[in-house]
Design a protein around this ligand. Structure first.
Ligand SMILES: Cc1cc2nc3c(=O)[nH]c(=O)nc-3n(C[C@H](O)[C@H](O)[C@H](O)COP(=O)(O)OP(=O)(O)OC[C@H]3O[C@@H](n4cnc5c(N)ncnc54)[C@H](O)[C@@H]3O)c2cc1C
Ligand code: SF4
Length: 673
C-alpha cells in the first residue's frame, strides 16, 4: 500500500492556510521552513497571466533517494503504508554529514553548497550523485545528473572539470574523479527513453544550432512546457561534439545516446536545415516562434598572418577536424606541425598520427605549465609519440617548389594576453629553430560564422567577432532573439556552452511570460572562500586511475582511448567523497522536500502526511485547514477512484526513476491563447 497526496489546482486559492496550519501543528520555529508548502506559479503572456499553485510536500516516492543517500540511515520507508519517515536522533549523528565550516556569511546548514557543486557551470548536484554511486544506486545517480545536465555521456568524457579543480579532497590527497564517475553511470545504466512531455505553454521556441548550447536550452525549455524546434545546418546534430571532437575521445554512439534522450522528450531537431541569419530570422518569428535563440558556435578557423600561410598544405584545425570526423579520405604528409596549445591542437595532432603521420610536433606560445590543453590530453599525446614545444612563436612557413617544407620558429618569453586575447611577448635572441613539415595545421582559435547577420535589425557583433548579447539576459539587440554558447563567448568549452544555453532558456521563459526580464543578481559565493575542515581521522586513499587502451592499439584507429572505471573502482572512488556540504537528502530529492530549520544542529524534516493523526482517524492538518477543500490524502488507488481524471504531478515526470505518489488535478487552461 502507498499513501498518496491529492492537490486540486482549480480549487486552491493560494491562501496558504495549509502552510500556516502545518507550521503551527508541528511547532516549526519562525522562519521560512514549513513542511507543507505551496509554490506560486505564473504562466502565460502578460496581460493574460495565468496563476496557479503547486503543492510541494514529500511524495513518499516508491524508491526514496533520500533514504539511499543518508550516511546515517536516518530515513526509512515504512512497509505497512509506504510513508517515508525520519529518525531525527540518527540524522547528522554518527557519520559526518557536512564539514564546511564557513562560507560567505551563509552559515545555515542545508543552505550551503559543496565547492564542486558551485564550481560546476551547469550546477550539477555532484555530492548527491556521488553518494548514490557509493550506495550502488547507479540509476538513481544518473537521474540526479540528468536534472541539470542534458549531455551526461558527453560530459562524462570531455568536460574540462572545473568541479575537480575545486574539489576539497585535494587538500588531503587528490580530487575525487567526478568526471569518471559521471561517465560510469552513463556507461552502465541501460538507457530508458522518457515519454514525450506535453506542451503546456502556448509558445514554440526556435533554436538555431544543435551544439551543447542549443541542446541545453532545448532540454530546459521542453521541460518548462514549450514546443521546441532546433534547426541545424549540418547533416548531424551535436555541433562541435559531432564534427570537432574526435571519436577516440568521444564515441559517436555516446553523443547519440544523449541526443536520443532529448528528442524523446519531444524536441524536434531538423538537421540539414541552415537558417539564413538575415531574412530567415524574420521568417521564424513570422511562423509563430515566440522567441529564437542563436547557438551558432564558433566554426571559422584562423591562420596567422605570416609568410607561407596561404600555401596548399597549410590547414585550419576546425576544417581539418570536420573532415576527419566526416570520415573523408584525408592525406597528411609524414611530418606534421600543429600550431596551437589547446584541446583543438592536441586533437589535430592525435588525429594526424591516426591518419598515418610518422612525426608530429605541436608548438604554442604558452609555457609548458600554461598550455591550455588538458594535462591528461598532453600526456596521452606524448605517449603516442607527439612532441610538444611550448614557448615558441611560428614566424614563417617554409616551402619548396610551392609545397610546404617546414616552419621557422622563435623562442619567446613574457607572454601576456590583452583583454581582446591578443598576445604580447619578447623574442629570445638566438632561439631560432626550424621544423621540417609536409603539412601545417593552425589551431589558434575560432570565431563565429555570421554571414548575413550584419545590419539585421539590431543584432550587433562585438570587437571579437562574436554576437553581442546582454551579459545577463543573453537577449541580442533585437527583441525576442537570444544567443548563447561560443557564438557569444568565443570558443570556450562544452560545459560553458551548456550553462550559457541554460541561462538563455531561463530568460526566454521570462520573456515569453511577459515578465520583467532582469532579476536581482544571485549572491554568488566565491568558491575559494569556502572553508572545509577535513576530519583528522580521514585516511588518505589514492584516486582511482582510468585505464587506457595500450598505445600500440590506439594509434592506428579512432577507438576510444579511456576505458572507464569498473563497478568496484567506481564505488571505491565514490566513497572518497567527503560530502563537504552535507544535506545529501535535500540535494537528491527531486522535489526539494527535505528542509533544515534554523536550529543549533539542524536536522532533516519533511512532510510525513501527519501520520500520527491517521491513527486517530484524522487526515493531515493541512487538509482540515484548507477552506476550499483542495487537498486530500489516501491510498493512490482510493484517490484515483475518487477523483478520476487526475495526473501525476508533472514537471517531474521526465524522470524515469522517480514515481511521485502525488496526484493532482491541473488547472484548466487553454493552450494557444
Ligand atoms: C577539436 C575540438 C576539440 C574540443 N575539445 C573540447 C573538450 O575536450 N572539452 C570541451 O569542453 N570542449 C571542447 N571543445 C569546445 C566545444 O566543443 C565547444 O566549446 C562547444 O561545442 C560550443 O558549443 P556551441 O553549442 O556554442 O556551438 P557548437 O558546438 O559549435 O554548435 C553550433 C552549431 O550551430 C550550427 N549552425 C551554425 N550556423 C547555423 C545556421 N545559420 N543555421 C543552422 N545551424 C547553424 C553549426 O553547424 C553547429 O552544429 C572542442 C572544440 C573543438 C573544435
Ligand atoms: S570531496 Fe566530494 S563534496 Fe567535497 S568538493 Fe570533492 S566531490 Fe565535492
Amino acid at each position: 500500500m502507498q499513501l498518496g497526496f491529492y492537490f486540486d489546482q482549480n480549487r486552491c486559492t493560494g491562501c496558504f492556510a495549509c502552510s500556516i496550519a502545518c507550521k503551527d501543528w508541528h511547532d516549526i520555529p519562525a522562519g521560512p521552513a514549513r513542511w507543507m508548502r505551496l509554490l506560486y506559479q505564473e504562466e502565460g503572456k502578460f496581460p493574460d497571466v495565468f496563476v496557479s499553485h503547486m503543492a510541494t510536500p514529500c511524495y513518499h516516492c516508491s524508491e526514496p533517494v533520500c533514504a539511499f543517500v543518508c550516511p546515517n540511515e536516518a530515513v526509512t520507508k515504512r512497509d505497512e503504508d509506504g510513508i517515508v519517515v525520519i529518525d531525527r536522533d540518527k540524522c547528522r549523528e554518527e557519520k559526518t554529514c557536512g564539514i564546511i565550516t564557513s562560507t560567505n556569511g551563509n552559515g545555515l546548514y542545508g543552505e550551503q553548497e559543496a565547492p564542486c557543486h558551485i564550481a560546476c557551470p551547469a550546477h550539477i548536484r555532484i555530492p548527491a550523485y556521488i553518494a548514490l554511486i557509493a550506495k550502488g544506486k547507479f540509476k538513481e545517480a544518473l537521474d540526479v545528473v540528468l536534472r541539470n545536465m542534458p549531455l551526461p555521456s558527453v560530459c562524462g568524457r570531455i568536460c574540462l572539470n572545473p568541479c575537480e579543480t575545486e574539489c576539497r579532497r585535494k587538500d588531503l590527497d587528490e580530487p575525487v574523479a567526478i568526471e569518471a564517475l559521471k561517465r560510469f553511470v552513463t556507461d552502465n545504466v541501460p538507457q530508458e527513453l522518457p515519454q514525450a512531455l506535453p506542451q503546456t505553454q502556448p509558445d514554440r521556441v526556435g533554436i538555431v544550432g544543435s551544439g551543447p548550447a542549443g541542446l541545453a536550452a532545448a532540454y530546459d525549455l521542453i521541460r518548462m512546457g514549450y514546443g521546441v524546434t532546433v534547426f541545424e545546418s549540418l547533416p548531424v546534430a551535436g555541433g562541435m561534439l559531432a564534427v570537432g571532437i574526435p571519436e577516440h575521445r568521444l564515441p559517436r554512439e555516446m553523443l547519440k545516446r544523449d541526443i536520443d534522450y532529448i528528442e524523446a522528450l519531444g524536441v524536434e531537431i531538423r538537421t540539414g536545415t541552415p537558417v539564413d541569419l538575415g531574412k530567415g530570422l524574420d521568417d521564424l518569428l513570422g511562423q509563430g516562434y515566440g522567441a529564437v535563440m542563436l547557438a551558432l558556435g564558433a566554426h571559422k578557423g584562423q591562420k596567422l598572418d605570416i609568410p607561407g600561410a596561404d600555401l596548399d598544405d597549410v590547414l585550419v584545425g576546425t576544417s581539418f577536424m570536420k573532415d576527419v570526423n566526416a570520415g573523408k579520405a584525408l592525406k597528411v604528409g609524414p611530418k606534421v606541425l600543429v600550431v596551437g596549445g589547446g584541446n583543438v591542437a592536441i586533437d589535430c595532432a592525435r588525429s594526424a598520427i591516426r591518419l598515418g603521420a610518422t612525426e608530429v610536433h605541436v608548438t604554442c606560445l604558452e609555457c609548458a605549465e600554461d598550455m591550455p590543453a588538458e594535462s591528461s590530453e598532453q600526456e596521452q599525446a606524448e605517449q603516442e609519440g607527439i612532441q610538444l614545444h611550448p614557448s615558441l612563436n611560428v614566424v614563417r612557413i617554409l616551402s619548396d617548389g610551392g609545397r610546404v617544407s617546414g616552419a621557422e620558429c622563435h623562442g619567446i618569453e613574457g607572454l601576456v594576453f590583452d583583454e581582446n586575447g591578443r598576445p604580447t611577448f619578447q623574442t629570445v635572441k638566438g632561439s631560432e629553430q626550424t621544423f621540417a613539415a609536409d603539412t601545417v595545421i593552425f589551431a589558434i582559435g575560432q570565431t563565429p560564422e555570421l554571414t548575413g547577420l550584419a545590419g539585421d535589425g539590431g543584432i550587433e557583433t562585438s570587437p571579437m567577432g562574436t554576437i553581442a548579447a546582454d551579459s545577463e539576459t543573453l537577449m541580442t539587440g533585437r527583441r525576442g532573439i537570444f544567443s548563447a554558447g561560443d557564438a557569444v563567448n568565443g570558443p570556450t568549452s562544452a560545459v560553458d556552452a551548456i550553462a550559457s544555453g541554460q541561462r538563455a532558456a531561463f530568460y526566454i521563459n521570462r520573456y515569453l511570460q511577459g515578465d520583467v526580464l532582469r532579476v536581482l543578481p544571485e549572491e554568488l559565493v566565491n568558491v575559494g572562500d569556502i572553508k572545509v575542515d577535513i576530519p583528522p581521522d580521514k585516511e588518505k586513499q589514492a584516486r582511482e586511475v582510468m585505464p587506457l587502451l595500450p598505445v600500440d592499439q590506439r594509434v592506428a584507429n579512432f577507438s576510444e582511448v579511456a576505458l572507464g572505471l569498473n563497478e568496484e573502482a567506481a564505488i571505491r572512488e565514490a566513497e572518497r567523497c567527503l560530502n563537504c556540504a552535507g544535506h545529501l537528502c535535500k540535494d537528491a530529492c527531486p522535489y526539494g522536500s527535505p528542509q533544515f530549520a534554523d536550529e543549533e544542529k539542524a536536522r532533516m524534516q519533511k512532510c510525513d502526511l501527519c501520520i500520527e493523526r491517521w491513527a486517530e482517524g484524522k487526515k493531515p492538518i493541512c487538509m482540515d485547514a484548507c477552506p476550499p477543500h483542495a487537498l486530500d490524502a489516501g491510498t493512490l488507488e482510493e484517490l484515483r477512484k475518487k477523483y478520476g481524471d487526475v495526473t501525476e504531478a508533472y514537471a517531474f515526470t521526465y524522470s524515469p526513476v522517480v514515481q511521485p505518489s502525488v496526484v493532482t488535478r491541473p488547472k484548466i487552461r487553454s493552450v494557444g491563447k
